[in-house]
Ligand binder design. Structure first.
Ligand SMILES: CC(C)(COP(=O)(O)OP(=O)(O)OC[C@H]1O[C@@H](n2cnc3c(N)ncnc32)[C@H](O)[C@@H]1OP(=O)(O)O)[C@@H](O)C(=O)NCCC(=O)NCCS
Length: 180
């Protein structure tokens, strides 16, 4: 798993000691509000998610990076790519996602981290097109998608819990020609 640097952030491989800050974040209703059915996660569930994120890198050669604030070394959250199995109508496909602890919101950090991860997905992993999917009420996440130069592909419903979501997309070529 590679490491990527941005002005303020280090996108790096996961470590065992990331579980404490990740569990705190997944137990925060503000953070989880628009994730799946909106429920918070118990520590064991977060531990299982952390293991899955590590395994996905090995199985697919891409995945979610731990995102650390360079100045302090704190874990801010994660960004990176996965396969959106919860939305079969967009498969085969790869989505980019992001999740930050509440105290790091509103500083442009998600966009900064996601730009690095998206560049890696196109230039190193070699993906041709990347999706991003958010709850229709999740304006902050949709803001990140727009700032990345992604375009609305469709609005639809997640079959397992009926949530309305928007699917954004960007191709490698569009991303290479973006202006930000
Ligand atoms: C989504 C999330 C990662 C955004 O993190 P962030 O670092 O605050 O995002 P950024 O600052 O890079 O960009 C967010 C953009 O959306 C805008 N935005 C934020 N909240 C908004 C709101 N309630 N309404 C409208 N726009 C909003 C911001 O103004 C910003 O755009 P701007 O720079 O043009 O002002 C963060 O809110 C989060 O972790 N949420 C919980 C997890 C989650 O929902 N993940 C996404 C699942 S699809």
């Amino acid at each position: 798993m590679p490491e990527l640097l941005t002005a303020r952030l280090r996108l790096r491989p996961w470590r065992d000691d990331d579980l404490d800050p990740l569990a705190e974040m997944y137990a925060d209703p503000e953070v989880m509000r628009y994730i799946g059915d909106g429920s918070v996660r118990a520590r064991e569930e977060t531990a299982a998610s952390l293991s899955r994120m590590r395994v996905e890198w090995e199985e697919r050669g891409h995945g979610m990076f731990a995102v650390e604030l360079r100045r302090t070394g704190e874990l801010t959250g994660w960004t990176g790519t996965t396969v959106p199995d919860f939305l079969p109508e967009v498969l085969p496909g790869v989505e980019i996602g992001w999740r930050l602890a509440h105290r790091f919101w509103g500083r442009g950090l998600a966009t900064e981290a996601a730009r690095a991860a998206l560049g890696h997905a196109f230039d190193i992993v070699g993906l041709e097109r990347v999706l991003s999917i958010c709850n229709v009420d999740n304006a902050a996440s949709e803001g990140v998608m727009r700032k990345l130069g992604m375009r609305l592909d469709r609005e639809t419903e997640v079959p397992s819990h009926g949530t309305r979501v928007r699917v954004y997309a960007v191709t490698r070529e569009e991303y290479a020609n973006r202006r930000d």
